[in-house]
Design a protein around this ligand. Structure first.
Ligand SMILES: [Zn+2]
Length: 143
């Protein structure tokens, strides 16, 4: 009898089939497992990443207008993605600058993405919640 463990996605107890299994068999958890695997694979395997990009490109060519329609059907998601893309672009530009600075051996402080503004308390309007101590940073617009 195998001792039950907690699924890393849903946190429910389940009896694993083997020592390597860390996700339960629920479809939602299996999807999360595959997504996690793919995130790592895309980060670490250049061939897989190139193949994935190529296959997405082919799919888009076979489904012309899909993304245009998706964006017009889902304006909120489109706006959210636009904002997230701005953040990703800034991070990428910042990371590139950091790498260039590392090569040039310049000040390590230049590799901070955000500049701390200070520490603040977030005091909730709902009475039964605790206040949270947070750090607030300014995001620099241009680098
Ligand atoms: Zn699960």
């Amino acid at each position: 009898m195998v001792e039950s463990i907690f699924c890393v996605h849903c946190l429910e107890l389940f009896p694993p089939r083997n020592r390597k299994q860390s996700y339960c068999t629920r479809p939602v958890c299996q999807r999360a497992r595959k997504a996690a695997w793919e995130r790592i694979k895309i980060k670490t395997d250049p061939d897989y990443r190139a193949q994935k990009r190529l296959s997405q490109k082919k799919w888009a060519q076979n489904h012309p207008g899909y993304w245009k329609k998706y964006r017009s059907d889902n304006p909120k998601k489109t706006e959210r993605n636009r904002i997230l893309q701005i953040i990703r672009n800034r991070r990428r530009a910042r990371r590139k600058l950091c790498l260039e600075n590392k090569i040039a051996k310049s000040d390590a402080r230049n590799c901070q993405y955000f500049e701390p503004l200070g520490r603040f308390w977030l005091v909730p309007m709902i009475a039964k919640m605790d206040a949270a101590k947070v750090n607030i940073y300014t995001i620099r617009d241009s680098w």
